[in-house]
Design a protein around this ligand. Structure first.
Ligand code: GRF
Length: 196
Protein backbone atom coordinates (compact mmCIF):
# COMPACT_ATOMS: atom_id res chain seq x y z
CA UNK A 1 0.00 0.00 0.00
CA UNK A 2 1.54 3.28 -1.15
CA UNK A 3 1.33 5.96 1.56
CA UNK A 4 0.92 9.59 0.55
CA UNK A 5 1.06 13.11 1.95
CA UNK A 6 -0.73 15.69 -0.23
CA UNK A 7 0.14 19.41 -0.08
CA UNK A 8 -2.44 21.96 -1.28
CA UNK A 9 -3.07 25.72 -1.27
CA UNK A 10 -6.52 26.02 -2.80
CA UNK A 11 -9.85 24.33 -3.33
CA UNK A 12 -8.36 20.84 -3.25
CA UNK A 13 -10.49 19.23 -5.96
CA UNK A 14 -7.55 17.04 -6.96
CA UNK A 15 -7.02 16.14 -3.31
CA UNK A 16 -10.67 15.16 -3.12
CA UNK A 17 -10.34 12.91 -6.18
CA UNK A 18 -7.43 11.17 -4.44
CA UNK A 19 -9.32 10.87 -1.14
CA UNK A 20 -12.28 9.32 -2.97
CA UNK A 21 -10.02 6.88 -4.85
CA UNK A 22 -8.22 5.89 -1.64
CA UNK A 23 -11.56 5.34 0.06
CA UNK A 24 -11.99 2.28 -2.15
CA UNK A 25 -10.39 -0.65 -0.28
CA UNK A 26 -9.22 -2.06 -3.62
CA UNK A 27 -7.19 1.07 -4.44
CA UNK A 28 -3.48 0.46 -3.68
CA UNK A 29 -2.76 3.77 -1.90
CA UNK A 30 -3.75 5.67 1.23
CA UNK A 31 -3.46 9.31 2.27
CA UNK A 32 -1.70 9.74 5.61
CA UNK A 33 -2.05 13.50 5.91
CA UNK A 34 -2.75 16.74 4.04
CA UNK A 35 -0.64 19.86 4.47
CA UNK A 36 -0.99 23.46 3.39
CA UNK A 37 0.74 26.84 3.53
CA UNK A 38 -2.54 28.53 4.56
CA UNK A 39 -6.03 27.84 5.88
CA UNK A 40 -6.98 26.53 2.42
CA UNK A 41 -10.61 25.72 1.63
CA UNK A 42 -9.52 22.27 0.44
CA UNK A 43 -8.52 21.23 3.97
CA UNK A 44 -12.23 20.58 4.58
CA UNK A 45 -11.96 17.52 2.30
CA UNK A 46 -9.31 16.04 4.60
CA UNK A 47 -11.53 16.64 7.61
CA UNK A 48 -14.49 15.03 5.86
CA UNK A 49 -12.45 11.89 5.15
CA UNK A 50 -10.94 11.83 8.66
CA UNK A 51 -7.40 12.50 7.40
CA UNK A 52 -5.13 14.63 9.62
CA UNK A 53 -4.10 18.04 8.33
CA UNK A 54 -1.33 20.51 9.11
CA UNK A 55 -0.78 24.15 8.14
CA UNK A 56 2.65 25.80 8.07
CA UNK A 57 2.39 29.46 7.11
CA UNK A 58 5.47 31.17 5.63
CA UNK A 59 4.50 34.48 7.25
CA UNK A 60 5.32 33.05 10.67
CA UNK A 61 8.99 32.48 9.78
CA UNK A 62 11.99 34.76 9.19
CA UNK A 63 12.97 32.99 5.96
CA UNK A 64 11.71 30.59 3.29
CA UNK A 65 14.36 28.12 4.43
CA UNK A 66 13.06 28.04 8.00
CA UNK A 67 9.48 27.73 6.80
CA UNK A 68 10.27 24.91 4.40
CA UNK A 69 12.26 22.99 7.00
CA UNK A 70 9.29 23.02 9.39
CA UNK A 71 6.98 22.03 6.52
CA UNK A 72 9.41 19.20 5.71
CA UNK A 73 9.44 17.99 9.31
CA UNK A 74 5.63 17.89 9.28
CA UNK A 75 5.69 15.85 6.07
CA UNK A 76 8.43 13.49 7.29
CA UNK A 77 6.63 12.91 10.60
CA UNK A 78 4.17 10.83 8.56
CA UNK A 79 6.98 8.99 6.71
CA UNK A 80 5.14 8.82 3.36
CA UNK A 81 6.23 6.85 0.29
CA UNK A 82 5.12 9.73 -1.93
CA UNK A 83 4.42 13.47 -1.57
CA UNK A 84 2.03 15.10 -4.05
CA UNK A 85 1.88 18.84 -4.70
CA UNK A 86 -1.77 19.16 -5.75
CA UNK A 87 -2.22 22.87 -6.29
CA UNK A 88 0.47 23.82 -3.75
CA UNK A 89 1.25 27.34 -4.91
CA UNK A 90 4.58 28.06 -3.19
CA UNK A 91 7.92 27.29 -4.80
CA UNK A 92 9.83 24.96 -2.48
CA UNK A 93 13.54 25.55 -1.77
CA UNK A 94 16.17 23.11 -2.96
CA UNK A 95 16.67 21.60 0.53
CA UNK A 96 13.03 20.55 0.71
CA UNK A 97 13.08 19.08 -2.79
CA UNK A 98 16.33 17.14 -2.36
CA UNK A 99 15.17 15.68 0.99
CA UNK A 100 12.19 14.05 -0.75
CA UNK A 101 13.40 13.54 -4.32
CA UNK A 102 12.37 11.61 -6.39
CA UNK A 103 9.29 10.88 -4.29
CA UNK A 104 7.91 14.40 -4.73
CA UNK A 105 5.56 14.96 -7.68
CA UNK A 106 3.62 17.98 -8.92
CA UNK A 107 0.50 18.58 -10.97
CA UNK A 108 0.53 21.37 -13.53
CA UNK A 109 -2.26 22.68 -15.81
CA UNK A 110 -0.37 22.72 -19.13
CA UNK A 111 1.52 20.38 -21.39
CA UNK A 112 4.97 20.98 -19.92
CA UNK A 113 7.54 22.13 -20.93
CA UNK A 114 5.04 24.60 -22.42
CA UNK A 115 3.76 27.25 -20.02
CA UNK A 116 5.48 26.64 -16.68
CA UNK A 117 4.69 28.95 -13.75
CA UNK A 118 1.66 30.19 -11.89
CA UNK A 119 -0.39 31.36 -14.91
CA UNK A 120 -0.21 28.34 -17.19
CA UNK A 121 -3.84 28.45 -18.32
CA UNK A 122 -3.81 32.19 -19.02
CA UNK A 123 -0.47 31.90 -20.84
CA UNK A 124 -1.73 29.09 -23.13
CA UNK A 125 -4.79 31.22 -24.02
CA UNK A 126 -2.70 34.36 -24.64
CA UNK A 127 -0.39 32.38 -26.91
CA UNK A 128 -3.39 31.42 -29.08
CA UNK A 129 -2.86 27.67 -28.61
CA UNK A 130 -5.50 25.30 -29.94
CA UNK A 131 -4.67 22.58 -27.40
CA UNK A 132 -3.39 22.44 -23.84
CA UNK A 133 -3.58 19.86 -21.07
CA UNK A 134 -2.34 18.54 -17.77
CA UNK A 135 1.01 17.21 -16.63
CA UNK A 136 2.19 15.19 -13.64
CA UNK A 137 5.95 15.38 -13.14
CA UNK A 138 8.72 14.71 -10.66
CA UNK A 139 9.78 17.90 -8.87
CA UNK A 140 13.35 19.03 -9.38
CA UNK A 141 15.10 22.25 -8.36
CA UNK A 142 13.47 24.28 -11.17
CA UNK A 143 9.93 25.59 -11.47
CA UNK A 144 7.80 22.97 -13.30
CA UNK A 145 10.90 21.53 -14.99
CA UNK A 146 11.25 17.97 -13.63
CA UNK A 147 10.83 14.72 -15.59
CA UNK A 148 7.31 14.26 -16.97
CA UNK A 149 5.45 11.15 -15.74
CA UNK A 150 2.14 11.55 -17.57
CA UNK A 151 0.26 14.07 -19.69
CA UNK A 152 -3.22 14.41 -21.11
CA UNK A 153 -4.22 16.83 -23.84
CA UNK A 154 -7.48 18.72 -24.46
CA UNK A 155 -8.66 21.07 -27.20
CA UNK A 156 -9.16 24.73 -26.34
CA UNK A 157 -12.68 25.78 -27.38
CA UNK A 158 -12.65 29.09 -29.29
CA UNK A 159 -13.52 32.02 -27.00
CA UNK A 160 -13.40 30.02 -23.76
CA UNK A 161 -12.57 32.02 -20.62
CA UNK A 162 -9.52 31.23 -18.45
CA UNK A 163 -11.68 29.99 -15.57
CA UNK A 164 -13.74 27.68 -17.80
CA UNK A 165 -10.64 26.23 -19.42
CA UNK A 166 -9.01 25.69 -16.03
CA UNK A 167 -12.09 23.79 -14.85
CA UNK A 168 -11.89 21.56 -17.96
CA UNK A 169 -8.20 20.93 -17.30
CA UNK A 170 -8.88 20.13 -13.65
CA UNK A 171 -11.40 17.51 -14.73
CA UNK A 172 -8.68 15.65 -16.64
CA UNK A 173 -6.09 16.32 -13.93
CA UNK A 174 -8.25 14.51 -11.37
CA UNK A 175 -8.34 11.27 -13.32
CA UNK A 176 -4.69 11.64 -14.37
CA UNK A 177 -3.36 11.93 -10.80
CA UNK A 178 -5.43 8.96 -9.64
CA UNK A 179 -4.04 6.92 -12.56
CA UNK A 180 -0.44 7.98 -11.84
CA UNK A 181 -0.75 7.12 -8.14
CA UNK A 182 -2.17 3.73 -9.00
CA UNK A 183 0.70 3.05 -11.43
CA UNK A 184 3.32 4.06 -8.86
CA UNK A 185 1.65 1.90 -6.21
CA UNK A 186 1.57 -1.11 -8.54
CA UNK A 187 5.22 -0.67 -9.54
CA UNK A 188 4.34 0.13 -13.16
CA UNK A 189 5.87 3.57 -12.81
CA UNK A 190 9.26 3.74 -11.10
CA UNK A 191 10.15 7.21 -9.85
CA UNK A 192 13.86 6.48 -9.33
CA UNK A 193 14.17 5.26 -12.93
CA UNK A 194 12.16 8.17 -14.32
CA UNK A 195 14.18 10.73 -12.35
CA UNK A 196 17.39 9.83 -14.22
C1 GRF B 1 -4.58 22.48 -10.52
O1 GRF B 1 -4.90 22.96 -11.81
C2 GRF B 1 -3.10 22.18 -10.42
O2 GRF B 1 -2.53 21.70 -11.59
C3 GRF B 1 -2.54 23.55 -10.15
O3 GRF B 1 -3.46 24.11 -9.23
C4 GRF B 1 -4.76 23.56 -9.46
C5 GRF B 1 -5.27 23.01 -8.16
O4 GRF B 1 -6.65 22.79 -8.19
N1 GRF B 1 -1.18 23.48 -9.70
P1 GRF B 1 -7.39 22.13 -6.93
O5 GRF B 1 -7.00 22.95 -5.70
O6 GRF B 1 -6.94 20.71 -6.82
O7 GRF B 1 -8.84 22.24 -7.22
Amino acid sequence: MLSIVVLISGSGSNLRALLEACDNPLFPAKILAVGSDKAAAGLSHAEEFGVPAFVVEPELFDSREQWSQVLLRNVQYHNPDLVILAGFMKVLPEGFVSALSPKLINMHPSLLPAFPGAHAVRDALSAGESTTGATVHIVDSGVDTGPVLAQREIAIAPGIAESGLHEQIKTIERSLIVEVVSQIAEGKLNLSERAN
